[in-house]
Design a protein around this ligand. Structure first.
Ligand code: ZN
Length: 461
């Protein structure tokens, strides 16, 4: 701090060194390259969506990826599915890493979390198989097909790598979409859960609450020609669901519309939207889907128009990670989960909860950590996070580094379920209940430690 205010001998020395280094890096700077790929990720008819079997496809789902080739090769992916967990995460990372000749740790897989869309969790399916539970919740054959298709498309896209001369960053507010789902009463406990479709006008009338209203856009350019854009916005994405018709819902519609209008590849990531939804603005009427899509599209457009560009080189792009073992929910007990899975009298939802708990507990026992990743691109930082993360994490990360452009993609590994803040676990409500969250409130300390470290480390560069 003192360094910044008072010029000192040390600072002059540092400045001299910095200037002396310019011609050298200038001479040796390698170009950053980008390629993109997209495959149809719509399930076949009859295949399970998150809550019902697919009767058809209302609008295709997509699996999209962007490849950044600097000194290492990074692949950022986003799919129009509910979530991708554990071994299914690993499967995608492995297949894509192999295809583009990089390491799985440099591949990130995120879902946008649409609800008329598939779940993807080979680990929970393995628990069902182990206990002879015949539930049709995951279509592993279809998932493997998409893994192969995505890997093939990623490999093919390498023939279309283009030079990136500039990165662009821009942000703008999205109006009347996000609202906090947890309305606290005077006793500090959750009084109402404001789900995405809120019929009760009293609940809709409650204040917006804590949200991040900003849509962030990071774009790649060859001089004045846009090559690709990535956007980030934190909210549950569903306007209404359980139609049996797969669709990418309002964030996907907004993304598709922008891609068409700008003629530029567009990949969208859901931010820390675990406790966020459109409930304040949506009574579930079907007409609202298009309204919400237009509002998101407008915000994406404004973020695009607000874009400022800076030159970029290969060495300005790095990815670092911190492995975390999220503290287990105190509700998860191994013997109980096994007893429930063995008891064939219990219903599907109880078995589903128990299977996910056992799968998660075993990962924990095996020390199978989740990597929190941070991609640095010039002054931009993108944090890649697991689960249905509360928006407070995103706001805290931005507050830690107001000097940087900090974006967050959550809904990476979906296995933990919701991840609240420490205080939220004492407040009640759905998100931190046993069904919804497989971690404890101590996760806040662990995750904030990782975020702080990653945002600090990258500042040294
Ligand atoms: Zn959710």
């Amino acid at each position: 701090m003192t360094l910044a205010r008072t010029p000192s001998v040390l600072m002059i020395l540092l400045l001299t060194l910095a200037f002396a280094a310019i011609p050298l890096t200038g001479l040796h700077a390698e170009a950053l390259k980008v390629a993109t790929f997209k495959v149809d990720a719509s399930p076949p008819v009859g295949s399970p969506l998150a809550y019902d079997p697919a009767k058809g496809i209302q609008m295709p789902l997509s699996f999209r990826g962007i490849i950044l080739q600097g000194r290492d090769t990074y692949v950022l992916c986003s799919v129009d599915w509910l979530g991708v967990s554990s071994d299914s995460q690993k499967g995608f990372k492995q297949a894509i890493a192999e295809a583009v000749d990089t390491e799985p740790k440099y591949v990130v897989i995120h879902a946008i979390h649409q609800h008329d869309a598939p779940r993807c969790d080979a680990t929970t399916q393995a628990v069902f198989d182990e206990f002879d539970l015949d539930y049709d919740m995951f279509d592993l054959k279809f998932i493997e097909e998409i893994q192969t298709k995505a890997a093939t498309a990623a490999k093919q896209s390498l023939t279309t790598l283009e030079t990136v001369t500039h990165i662009g960053t821009g942000q703008a507010e999205i109006e009347k979409v996000a609202s906090n789902r947890r309305i606290l009463g005077p006793d500090g406990k959750v009084k109402y859960v404001r789900y995405t479709a809120t019929k009760d006008p009293v609940v809709r009338a409650q204040p917006i609450g804590t949200i991040d209203p900003l849509c962030k856009a990071i774009s790649f350019w060859n001089d004045d020609r846009p090559l690709a854009v990535m956007t980030y916005y934190a909210t549950h994405p569903q306007s209404y669901y359980r139609t049996g018709l797969a669709n990418p819902d309002f964030p996907g519609m907004a993304r598709n519309a922008r891609e068409e209008k700008t003629d530029t590849f567009h990949i969208h990531f859901n931010g820390a939207g675990g406790n966020i939804g459109a409930g304040k603005w949506n009574d579930g009427a079907r007409a609202n889907r298009a309204v919400l899509a237009k509002r998101v599209e407008d915000g994406m457009q404004h973020a695009w128009e607000a874009t400022e560009k800076q030159p970029i080189h290969a060495e300005d792009v790095t990815m670092e990670s911190v492995d975390v073992l999220l503290p287990l929910s105190p509700f998860i007990q191994k013997e109980e989960a096994i007893r429930e899975l063995e008891n064939k009298e219990l219903d599907r939802l109880t078995h589903f909860r128990a299977a996910r708990e056992l799968a998660w507990l075993r990962r924990h026992e095996a020390g199978d950590a989740i990597a929190i990743q941070c991609l640095a691109i010039g002054d931009a930082r993108i944090l890649h996070m697991p689960g249905e993360l509360f928006v407070e994490y995103q706001l805290a990360a931005q507050k830690l580094r107001p000097d940087l452009f900090v974006a967050m993609a959550a809904y990476g590994d979906y296995a933990p379920g919701y991840i609240g803040t420490e205080v939220s676990y004492g407040e009640g409500g759905y998100e931190t209940s046993r069904t919804a969250s497989r971690v404890s409130g101590r996760s806040e300390q662990v995750l904030m430690g990782a975020i702080t470290k990653l945002l600090q480390d990258h500042s040294e560069k």
